[in-house]
Ligand binder design. Structure first.
Ligand SMILES: NC(=O)c1ccc[n+]([C@@H]2O[C@H](COP(=O)([O-])OP(=O)(O)OC[C@H]3O[C@@H](n4cnc5c(N)ncnc54)[C@H](OP(=O)(O)O)[C@@H]3O)[C@@H](O)[C@H]2O)c1
Length: 224
């Protein structure tokens, strides 16, 4: 199967892309023009280099794919670079869904967040993204709602740029040990990006259409 990977140059995309290719998927990574010059994926032979606002280029880029996976997102600290929740998260959901519908891409996998639709600008915006995907005519969708994403420690025990504080890990472990709270704890405990990627690949291989997958589902799909 061919997949179009939006957000390929981000933290999750950087881990997902080589894993997907190793599984035999043909991946077209999306790269923004302003990122292409400084990122190795700018030279990837299968990369689709375009602005997501370029509807014709995007439609051509997704045509023939069996699924679009969107890992696109921004954060408040990056608003200064020009991206906002509306332009990056919500805008990309609209643009990618429109391209999927126009090009007949049957499936859409959206990386959202636990608590989407809840209080606060970030969670409200994630709820809007989910609604855009769920309401697209004829599109088969799956939404992923992980908690905080962390990088696994390397062989020397060093984490990547997203280390979880030891105190938070200990607290999560305690809550998880309480009777009846394991599922809830798994929904809210931080999740290594590698675990999330395994879950996404599992869903690409065995579709979970129309489902919103919580942390407990992601851990299970990854076989952890
Ligand atoms: N980090 C967490 O703890 C966490 C937890 C739950 C959910 N999430 C969600 O998971 C998703 C992925 O997170 P991440 O940490 O992998 O993200 P990340 O490292 O910040 O990467 C974001 C990706 O989105 C792309 N992007 C941003 N604005 C764009 C735009 N306007 N048009 C096209 N592409 C754009 C970036 O491209 P450039 O490289 O060109 O900037 C990059 O590839 C996000 O939606 C995030 O909200 C994150």
């Amino acid at each position: 199967m061919q997949i179009f990977l939006a957000g390929a140059t981000g933290a999750t995309g950087t881990e997902l892309l080589p894993l997907a290719r190793a599984r035999g998927l043909t991946v077209r990574p999306h790269v923004r023009p302003q990122t292409a010059a400084r990122h190795p994926l700018g030279k990837d032979p299968d990369a689709v280099v375009c602005d997501l606002g370029d509807a014709a280029a995007l439609e051509a880029g997704v045509r023939g794919c069996g699924a679009i996976v969107s890992l696109v997102g921004t954060m408040r600290s990056r608003f200064g670079t020009g991206d906002t929740y509306e332009s990056a998260d919500v805008g990309s959901a609209r643009q990618l869904v429109a391209a999927a519908v126009a090009a007949g891409v049957p499936r859409f996998l959206l990386l959202s967040s636990v608590g989407a639709g809840g209080a606060g600008a970030y969670l409200q915006m994630k709820g809007d993204c989910e609604r855009i995907v769920r309401e697209a005519p004829g599109l088969r969708w799956t939404v992923f709602q992980p908690s905080a994403l962390v990088s696994a420690p390397d062989a020397a025990g060093h984490h990547g740029r997203r280390e979880l504080l030891p105190g938070m890990m200990a607290l999560g472990g305690l809550v998880r040990a309480l009777p009846g709270l394991r599922g809830v704890a798994d929904d809210w405990r931080a999740i290594p990006i590698a675990v999330l990627c395994e879950a996404i690949l599992a869903v690409l291989e065995r579709p979970r259409d129309g489902e919103v997958l919580l942390g407990r589902d992601l851990w299970a799909l990854a076989g952890r």
